[in-house]
Design a binder for this molecule. Sequence first.
Ligand SMILES: Nc1ncnc2c1ncn2[C@@H]1O[C@H](COP(=O)(O)OP(=O)(O)OP(=O)(O)O)[C@@H](O)[C@H]1O
Ligand SMILES: [Mg+2]
Length: 484
Amino acid sequence: MSNIQTILVKSDDPDVTSAVSAALSEAEGFRVIYCRDDRCALRRLEEVEVDMILCDLDPDVPERENALIRSRLAHASCARIVIFGPEMMEEGLAMFERTASFMYLLKPLDPKQLGVVVKRGLEHAELARRHRILSRELKLSLDDEIFGREPGGSVAGGISQFERLVYASPKMAELVAEAKIAARTNMPILIQGETGTGKELLARAIHFNSERMNSPMHSQNCGGVADDALHSELFGHVRGGFPGAISDRLGLFRAADGGTVFLDEVSEISPQFQIALLRFLQEGEVKPLGSDKVMSSDVRIISASNKSLEALVEQGRFRRDLYYRLRGFMLEIPPLRERPEDIPVLTRFFVEKYAGVVGRRVLGVTSEVLKQLENYSFPGNVRELETEVQRMVAVAEQGGYIALRHLSERIRRTRAPERAEEGWMPEGATLKEKVESLERMLVSRKLAEHRWNQSRVAEELGLSRVGLANKIKRYGLRREAGHV
Ligand SMILES: Nc1ncnc2c1ncn2[C@@H]1O[C@H](COP(=O)(O)OP(=O)(O)OP(=O)(O)O)[C@@H](O)[C@H]1O
Ligand SMILES: [Mg+2]
């Protein structure tokens, strides 16, 4: 929710607009935007962060231009109220249901009722927002219970854990070692890595391994949040400090005093906000919106980005001075495809997690499944692996193993050499041996690609069928169980 309570009213009915202006005066702290039609409303929704939309139903507007329907999809946290006359009861109620609106109001509008409903609607949206944050915290603490293991230790079988981060690869071991050093300091930390690599998990692990562990850690996603909203979330605001500030809000910098603030998608903040953040990092001073009292706050900033901030600095889109401030320590989480050693341990870990959650008995995954997972490139990284395992656990037979048929199509179809090829080096001492090893690789790749359709492969490689059969025999190539 934006800090400024902006209400968009879509109506061409003068009775509606006059009731609204009587009910929602600016003095009470509302910024009201009037639009005569849906087209105008849609445009304004794109331009301004709107907290609530009051929509006078117009049955002639086609669905894709309907501001109420569109706002539900594109601006999910914006509260909705539908207005219609008694003669449109049926369509009105249908629209109310369909758009999950907070309330509907019948014409003629009563300004008193309208005022009360709008205020309740806004409070409701704010509670929903807080509820979302708390549920997320709760989910994370449930995770803690499931895996209530010793933090930081090494678990059996070469698997290591840093809080809830599981890994076995040397690359991650190195990163975690660095993270532990960074945790002990008070410096800001910048975590970079592709989506789903575990940036947030690492940030939490750092917090819980720092001296700040007994103070709170608060997270703020900076992506797609308007400046004033971000300002109020982080620095807070005072009641009446600006139109729509119904009550005080303690910003996260103050709420996390003594602890950590995690700024996710930090690359997305505007040039103006970059200045505000830089100032905070330099002075540690917090001035809530609408207040002239300056307060101080001692928090450590951990920020995360899936874009390279350095590249943004080069392009002039991110302040260099801020970049240097943020990267007291810089931790880069490698993508999952660069640390395949982590795939088996993560898979086992997630099987255990989800089998526990849904109360299913799954014995494990077959080695073919593991192999196939290791061959896949995981553009969505660990998150994608986690979702895949979660799905497989749900569809696997009770008491059985997760087998190839449980894998989703895109992973089942990955061909083994695809990735191996990158680092592929011919084997053998002599040129002849090296050439043969290359030939073996090429033939086996083609066979896998065409699922052992030998006529196709022979044709594509310019061999006769007998010639291909000879090579298959000579190199001992066999069709793998997974390739049906
Ligand atoms: N090493 C790991 N061990 C266990 N779980 C992991 C690990 N890495 C990531 N995960 C899990 O993968 C999911 C994604 O992790 P997280 O949200 O930390 O990624 P992210 O880098 O912040 O992603 P995004 O850039 O999309 O925000 C989470 O459910 C997290 O628990
Ligand atoms: Mg994240």
